[in-house]
Every structure is written in structure tokens, then in C-alpha cells.
Design a protein around this ligand. Structure first.
Ligand code: MN
Length: 297
């Protein structure tokens, strides 16, 4: 089994003066953990999130807040405020567009935003948006988990998932906890608030620990009560070409999505409330985009 630690790289979101985020997925040699193909960790920060309308294809966006509030609007007509402990799940299918603005620029904001790749059977389908304020909670001795995607410890999230998957926020008390995992899944564990020991090895705050398939459990040792986030799923076996906000299978599909967005094609609709302002697509790089390849050490 190959386990590894992914340290975050800092990326400006939405331009150079945009919110700084720490990105751990995709990373070199590890494009996915299950169907999870993207992970940004933002805040805690007093910077605001001001992300004008932009498109997505072939993925689900999973938004999970630990502090603050964000207003989501999309071309389906959604206008939803998300608070900590709630889930926003947008399924792009063939195409969707949305905007995200933090509610109160004077308040602190903290959260995670993930993408989940859609399988071939769903990625050409229609776009949908779901919001859940009530999610199942697992209560165990010394820890509790909110299950926001898929299945964990006997609880199942009501959110739509299209591959075997887990996404859960786990709050552990100080001390050592052995938490059972699905051995058919590979997993990723994010140290959200502070460093914790994972299977006897230090995991720095904001880093991601990859745990290969076959693990029956993970041991988390925390100095004080703290939060970690667990993601995972069956290893992903479809090719993924990812560029900007698009997840596809080929360079040609990416090119088409980009030109559809630039042309204002109805594929991506219109997000109300921004006076027609959108984020333009960057130029394509002068290479043929290829599927990302897994190469574990
Ligand atoms: Mn987005």
C-alpha cells in the first residue's frame, strides 16, 4: 500500500487580487482520490470571496464551510446562502454557471471547496443544484462525523452521488481514535484546524494524507478537540482532462466548452444579479491537454 502526504500550494482564486486558497488536489502523480479531483481550502480569512459567474462541466462542486457564509447563484435560478455545517452541491453535467460571494466582508470565512468527477453515464446530463441544511451525524465515543457525501459509518448523505464515495467532517476529541474505513475505498484526510497524527505520522495543518485502498481503519491522534475532513471512494478509472473550470475526457471537449462559454452559448445559461459580468476563460495553453496520470511513489 502506498500512502503519501500532499502539502498544499497557494493559488489566487479569481485573479491576482482574489482570495488565496490552499490547493491539495489535483497534485503531481495523484489526480484523484476516488472521484474527488479538486480540493481548495480557503481561510480562515477576512478577505472576501467575490467570484463572478463562471462555467463548469463534467463535475460536481461540493462546498463545505467552517465559518462565514457564502451566497451561491446559478443559471438554474438558485440563490442560496450556505452556512457552516450545510452542503451546497452543484452537478454540472454538460454545463452550468454560477457565482459565489461571501455574505459579510467584515466576518471571517473558512471552508473547503471540492470537485467530484462525474462518470461517463452522468457527465452529459442536465445540471442540478442541491442544498442541505440537515445532514446525518454519526456519534461515537470520542468523535462525531457529519456525512455530507456518500456513506460513512452506517450513515448516508441525501446528496446526489454518482460513484461510490464518502465525504465527512469528523470532529475528534483530544486523544487517540481508531476510525473504521471502507477497505474498498481509497481515502484522503485533511487536517483542517491544526496538525494531527495520522497512523503515527504528523499531518501538518492544511495538508492532505492519502490512504490507499485496503485500509480497515485510520488512527487519528489529536492534541485537543479538532476537525478533520475525510474524503474517499473507489479508485477512479476514467481518463480526466482538466483545465480551468472544466472536467472532460479530451482536449477537443475542453476547447468546445471554452468556446461555448466565450460565445455566451445557452449551454451555460446566465446567472442573474451581476449585470452581465462574467469571468472570461483564459487562453488555452499551446499544447494538447492530456489526461492526468496517477504515479504514486
Ligand atoms: Mn465554481
Amino acid at each position: 500500500m502506498t500512502d503519501m502526504t500532499i502539502e498544499p500550494r497557494t493559488v489566487p482564486l479569481g485573479g491576482l487580487r482574489g482570495l488565496q486558497v490552499d490547493r491539495t488536489l489535483p497534485t503531481k502523480g495523484l489526480p484523484t482520490i476516488g472521484a474527488w479531483c479538486f480540493l481548495d481550502h480557503f481561510g480562515p480569512t477576512f478577505q472576501s470571496m467575490d467570484v463572478l459567474p463562471h462555467p463548469h462541466t463534467g463535475l460536481q462542486t461540493v462546498t463545505w464551510l467552517l465559518a462565514g457564509g457564502v451566497e451561491h447563484r446559478d443559471n438554474l435560478g438558485s440563490n442560496v446562502t450556505i452556512q457552516p455545517g450545510e452542503l451546497n452541491l452543484m452537478t454540472a453535467g454538460n454545463g452550468v454557471s454560477h457565482s459565489e460571494f461571501s455574505l459579510d466582508a467584515s466576518g471571517s470565512m473558512h471552508g473547503l471547496q471540492f470537485w467530484v468527477a462525474l462518470p461517463e453515464s452522468r457527465r452529459h446530463g442536465e445540471a442540478t443544484f442541491e442544498h442541505f441544511a440537515d445532514l446525518p451525524v454519526v456519534h461515537e465515543q470520542g468523535w462525531e462525523a457529519t456525512v455530507f457525501m456518500g456513506e460513512f459509518a452506517g450513515q448516508t448523505s441525501p446528496a446526489s452521488a454518482f460513484s461510490p464515495i464518502v465525504g465527512a467532517q469528523i470532529v475528534v476529541n483530544a486523544g487517540r481514535h481508531e476510525i473504521r474505513l471502507n477497505p474498498e475505498f481509497e481515502h484522503g484526510l485533511v487536517a483542517v484546524d491544526m496538525s494531527v497524527d495520522v497512523n503515527g505520522e504528523r499531518l501538518a495543518q492544511r495538508s492532505l494524507r492519502f490512504i490507499d485502498v485496503g485500509a480497515e481503519s485510520v488512527v487519528i491522534d489529536a492534541p485537543v478537540r479538532t476537525t478533520v475532513v475525510l474524503i474517499g471512494g473507489e479508485p477512479w478509472d476514467e481518463p480526466l482532462v482538466m483545465w480551468w473550470n472544466f472536467v472532460a475526457r479530451t482536449h477537443a471537449e475542453i476547447e468546445e466548452a471554452r468556446s461555448d462559454w466565450e460565445a455566451g452559448d445557452q449551454r451555460f445559461g446566465t446567472v442573474d444579479g451581476h449585470g452581465g459580468k462574467v469571468i472570461p476563460a483564459p487562453p488555452l495553453p499551446p499544447v494538447i491537454l492530456k489526461p492526468r496520470v496517477r504515479r504514486l511513489p
